[in-house]
Write a protein that binds this ligand. Sequence first.
Ligand code: CU
Length: 125
Amino acid sequence: MRAASSLHRSEVLAYNKRTHPRWIGGIDVAKHGSLHLEPELSEKLHRKAKIAAGHVTGIAKMLEDDKYCIDILKQIAAVQGTLTAIARDLAHSHIIHCVRSSIDEGKGVRAVEELLQTLKYLQRA
Ligand SMILES: [Cu+2]
């Protein structure tokens, strides 16, 4: 299998269907369409993402309205903070569920790949 980053979403979903059981950590994976996000976390991250989207829209408007640079920078920092928090929560959940699942299934190489990918994206966050 190619690196996950070079896969189309449909390929990843097909791979996940083949390699993961339907139920993980009490979550019906088929029902929720996710291998690692518990409904409460999904809702929390969705809410934060919508807040960040609102801030980005606000930043665009501030630029359009030629607002004071420091005020715009404050908004940018706030969005970055929100996105970083989302990334951390997502990475934490991914390690707990997806990486552990790979370990439980005896797929050590896959688990290491999952961890390395997590670290790679966290460094950018
Ligand atoms: Cu995951």
